[in-house]
Design a protein around this ligand. Structure first.
Ligand SMILES: Cc1ncc(COP(=O)(O)O)c(C=O)c1O
Length: 334
């Protein structure tokens, strides 16, 4: 592979690393406050379209390293409870490796994601569940996936992104170092969401080691939200990867704001950000305006702004047209 000419032997060589980072792009027209440089990290530029490529690849490499999966025994594959993106990344990588893949998804997952999972060869179980898998209940998607992994252990291993430390390790190895290098160590704030919390815990672990003053701001949707992939704090008990000691502040945003903001980001910045990215932008905007007014943002010598923020834009809007049709009916009209 050659990153400078972008010539590759396999699609898996495109998976991100410090030397093959996803781009960060500055917010211009919608910059929330003067003197603060805010970047969006475009995770939809990953080969399978979302931030979850990182965790999926790390979890599969870990299972291969431990001999649980092997290209020499491709009849054994994976089963995973997923709201879509992890399943899609796992299914794509499994396809390349020759492993079977079964995804257990909550019924509210957008139709586009279910279709994509099938397109990539995953077998699908759709369970009536919350938007993200719920803990405990054996009829929920976590329980069903676990049942498959136990009853058919010769066919399925379950990575379990909610407990798997490889999910965190992916972001310690890739997302954190990428942000550090791309901002030349000048990053002061990172804005992210809470899902499995692999992203926030991993990148915060790395960046706070580099500079303990880096602020990690998590944006959560208001309760009752319908934004796939993310959680309100009330829904976090399912994950073992949440570490509040690494998070400086959690900002809550009315989830309905995310949908008009999706349109705003498309129209003013040309960024085809999905609803969870728009939620993060909305949280960053609220946070930065408040901190600017309180004069708490970093200032360089001579009074110029010195703040550099990076928002993790988890995936693109393309998979959420059915959600958008509900919240922005005017764009669904022929
Ligand atoms: C669209 C989207 N946004 C945000 C997240 C949250 O990322 P994490 O699970 O690393 O907390 C996910 C996770 O699945 C996602 O699919």
């Amino acid at each position: 592979m050659n990153h400078s000419t972008r010539t590759y032997d396999s699609v898996l060589d495109l998976l991100p690393s410090e030397h093959n980072p996803t781009p960060i792009v500055r917010i211009n027209a919608l910059a929330p406050v003067p003197g603060f440089t805010l970047f969006a990290k475009l995770e939809w530029m990953n080969p399978f379209g979302s931030v979850k490529d990182r965790a999926a690849w790390e979890m599969i490499q870990d299972l291969e390293a431990r001999g649980v999966l092997s290209p020499q025994r491709p009849e054994k594959g994976l089963v995973e409870p997923t709201s879509g993106n992890t399943g899609l990344s796992l299914a794509a990588i499994c396809g390349v490796r020759g492993y079977p893949m079964r995804a257990v998804v909550p019924s509210k997952v957008p139709a586009e994601k279910k279709m994509l999972l099938k397109l990539f060869g995953a077998e699908l179980d759709v369970v009536s569940d919350a938007l993200c898998p719920l803990p405990g209940s054996e009829d929920g998607s976590v329980g069903l996936a676990r049942t498959y992994a136990r009853a058919q252990s010769d066919k399925y291993a379950m990575p379990n992104q909610y407990e798997n430390r490889a999910n965190v390790a992916a972001h310690v190895r890739t997302t954190g170092p990428e942000i550090w290098r791309q901002t030349e160590g000048r990053v002061t704030h990172v804005f992210t969401t809470l899902g499995t919390c692999g992203t926030v815990t991993g990148l915060a672990t790395f960046l706070k080691q580099k500079n303990p003053k880096v602020k990690i701001i998590a944006v959560q949707p208001s309760p009752g939200h319908d934004i796939p992939g993310v959680r309100n704090m009330l829904e976090l008990e399912v994950t073992r990867l949440y570490d509040p000691s690494l998070i400086d502040e959690v900002i809550e945003v009315d989830f309905k704001r995310a949908y008009p903001t999706v349109a705003e980001l498309c129209r003013r910045e040309g960024l085809m950000a999905g609803p969870s990215s728009a939620l993060i932008f909305e949280g960053a905007r609220q946070y930065l305006r408040r901190e600017h007014e309180a004069k708490r943002l970093p200032v360089a010598e001579g009074g110029a702004g010195a703040g550099v923020g990076v928002m993790i834009f988890c995936d693109s809007v393309l998979k959420y047209m059915s959600n958008l049709a509900k919240h922005l009916p005017q764009i669904a009209e022929a």
